[in-house]
Design a protein around this ligand. Sequence first.
Ligand SMILES: NC(=O)c1ccc[n+]([C@@H]2O[C@H](COP(=O)([O-])OP(=O)(O)OC[C@H]3O[C@@H](n4cnc5c(N)ncnc54)[C@H](O)[C@@H]3O)[C@@H](O)[C@H]2O)c1
Length: 412
Amino acid sequence: MSPANTFVIVGGGLAAGKAAEELRAHGHDGPLLLIGDERERPYIRPPLSKGYLLGKEDRESIHVHPEGWYREHGVDLLLGTSVTSVDGQAKEVTLDDGRRVPYAKLLLATGSSPRRLSVPGADLDNVLYLRRVGDSERLKSAFTEGARIVVVGGGWIGLETAAAARTAGAEVTVLEHAELPLLRVLGREAAEVFAGLHRDHGVDLRPHAEIQRVTGTGGRVDGVVLADGSHLPADAVVVGVGITPNVRLAEEAGLEVRNGIVTDEHLRTSVADIHAAGDVANAYHPRLGRHLRVEHWANALHQPRTAALSMLGKDAVYDRLPYFYTDQYDLGMEYTGYAEPGGYDRVVFRGAPDERRFIAFWMSGNRVVAGMSVNVWDVIDTIRSLIESGAETDDAVLSDPAVPLESLLPRV
Ligand SMILES: NC(=O)c1ccc[n+]([C@@H]2O[C@H](COP(=O)([O-])OP(=O)(O)OC[C@H]3O[C@@H](n4cnc5c(N)ncnc54)[C@H](O)[C@@H]3O)[C@@H](O)[C@H]2O)c1
């Protein structure tokens, strides 16, 4: 095995772990090095705000591969190690200990980092973020019976952690900038379902809220002050105000970076032999006809196959529709497709949103562009097929539970 044939993966999350697997599965038999700055071997993040946070899943179960897998598959794991620079001309990466590693092909799966809260007091202890497994453990110990938890941001992190905190018996307030949590992602009617869910579980949901500062005593949080002057006591503050892609290495290496590392549909970057996948990749999506950066688990799970094939010189295109899911209290939801504001003209419901058991279809003309099932199971694959087929349908049929969804698919 010659080092000239070394493939290097930078990143230690799901996309990185999965890429190692796909490279071996599709025939890379040369040296394979995975370099990640976390000390933990690659793990998946969805349980960190769901089952793991709730104590329903153990640490072993969240890993992408069992402990021995990397050795068995000849993957060198360099954990707790940062890549400090990439040289796309010399085709080598430099590590934080000064070592230089040449590569034949490089995959950047550097992920993203939580946006920090930038108000006075935001550096106090117990202002908590959620990205890594240790963060989830810190949240878990803060979520105790009667603890006062203020969550900043009503996105998926905010709402899932709010649900976990309430389930643990904490008093929870969610501060959301917008008029309604998830309004931008889901539109009004579907977003109302999540707001109602949290209110029914005793969460104090505050829309149009602007945090002005975090107050504390002895270095620890004791409250937050809002722009309207109100003061909320708090034992911990959880911040979920979005993430930013980790693009520094790519930028410094001269790769095209625009809302993430820009790639084509093969997940190739603008520099030869460098590929990108996962949260950090702003990849051209041929089905949607635009570049798209997706910050969800399913993307980090599936893009590595395309990246691996393309690193091996085989033809592969990434055109899967985005997919994500959530579990909050007794509500389970799956979503597939892509419906940005302006990209759809109405939402059609099948079932009962007020009972939190329904399917929602985001429509553009007579076509479904995205679908969400709430407490309705085993339909998401059919919804995906319906979107992918581009079949025309109408609202009366979509909203009628007596019409099987399969019957809306074009016959082949
Ligand atoms: N179930 C899932 O699929 C899941 C779960 C967790 C996280 N994620 C992903 O991880 C990423 C990070 O999640 P997130 O929830 O942090 O981001 P997000 O972008 O989903 O939500 C951030 C929310 O915070 C609000 N906000 C921003 N600044 C604020 C402020 N100063 N005060 C009050 N509200 C403010 C925004 O309006 C938005 O509603 C997202 O891409 C998310 O989709 C997905």
